[in-house]
Write a protein of this length. Structure first.
Length: 317
């Protein structure tokens, strides 16, 4: 089973499952690609082809450019060594402004990415014209650009009006939508449906199957870190419009979101991967790792779902 949906017409780099990989860190909270090997092996075994590094799930906005670039380059080498010609790798670019974003992108190009996933600027609120200028500037790198819509973190949503302008830029080939708004996604799909070179990937983990059936070309769920095979199966079922199977698989993935019922976010995902023996628990500062009490509570959650997750759940520590 492959991590790419076979669509009518030309394939797109956002087809199927893109895993927004966590960034494993050593005891000093420095990114370490070598620590990602067990996690990458589970991705390879599940038939995943495409990784997205340093997104929100990968703590990209918290990692200095030099360390991020080194991690991306070394992880890219490992992934390409595993998947060969099937491998695809995106790197995510954050920055409070265009100059910072471009500087970060220049460093990350050392990983030879297949695409840059570019978020809107952080902190200040910008006009549509300013945001259009920001995304236009990344044409300079000569690789496809995927717009990252995650307004709860950037404060700058990719409005439908802005999306129309961005979809007309030759270097912009798609959008990862993590806005969590069903109507927005439907409107965005309708607005770009006649643009064969533009695709949308859905990040809302409770609405993955629905988004694929509505026309999203792919999904980018954080849960793919712990359940890649389940995500691949969902994408394959949606491609063949097997509605009952999509519904059942989505229900299992939705159940897995219970890992965020204690202390949600990056710390929860890394704690889950630690318990499964796939990656260290340390998150980037100022996040704090799970406490022993939180770990035991999370272990109980994962114990109910062992058939759906990768790795092997460790016994009590």
């Amino acid at each position: 089973m492959s991590g790419a949906i076979e669509m009518a017409g030309a394939p797109h780099i956002l087809d199927g499952v893109t895993v927004p990989l966590v960034t494993p860190m050593d005891a000093d909270r420095r990114p370490d690609a070598a620590l990602a090997k067990p996690l990458l092996a589970t991705m390879d075994a599940a038939g995943i082809d495409t990784l997205m590094l340093l997104g929100s799930n990968g703590e990209g906005a918290l990692i200095p450019a030099a360390a991020a670039a080194r991690f991306a380059r070394e992880t890219a080498d490992l992934w390409r060594g595993m998947r060969g010609e099937r491998s695809r790798l995106f790197v995510t670019v954050f920055g409070a402004g265009t100059a910072i974003g471009l500087e970060n992108a220049r460093a990350l190009m050392a990983a030879r990415p297949d695409a840059l996933v570019v978020a809107a600027p952080l902190y200040f609120i910008h006009t549509e014209d300013e945001l259009a200028d920001h995304f236009a500037s990344f044409a300079a790198f000569g690789v496809p650009v995927i717009v990252y819509n995650i307004p709860r973190y950037t404060g700058n949503p990719i409005t439908l009006s802005l999306l129309g302008r961005l979809a007309g830029m030759p270097h912009i080939v798609g959008m990862k939508d993590s806005g969590g708004n069903d109507q927005y996604l439907l409107d965005a799909l309708a607005a770009t449906r006649n643009n064969s070179g533009f695709a949308i990937s859905q990040g809302n983990e409770k609405r993955l199957g629905w988004a694929l059936l509505e026309g999203a070309r792919g999904i980018t769920p954080g849960l793919a870190n712990i359940a890649p095979a389940l995500c691949v199966a969902l994408a394959a079922a949606a491609r063949k419009s097997r509605m009952d199977e999509v519904e059942a698989l989505q229900a299992r993935l939705t159940a897995l979101t219970a890992i965020h019922s204690l202390r949600p976010g990056v710390a929860a995902m890394k704690a889950a991967l630690h318990l499964l023996g796939l990656a260290p628990m340390a998150p980037a500062a100022p996040f704090r790792p799970y406490s022993p009490t939180e770990l035991e509570q999370l272990r109980a959650v994962l114990a109910r779902m062992q058939g759906d997750v990768g790795g092997h759940l460790r016994s009590g520590e």
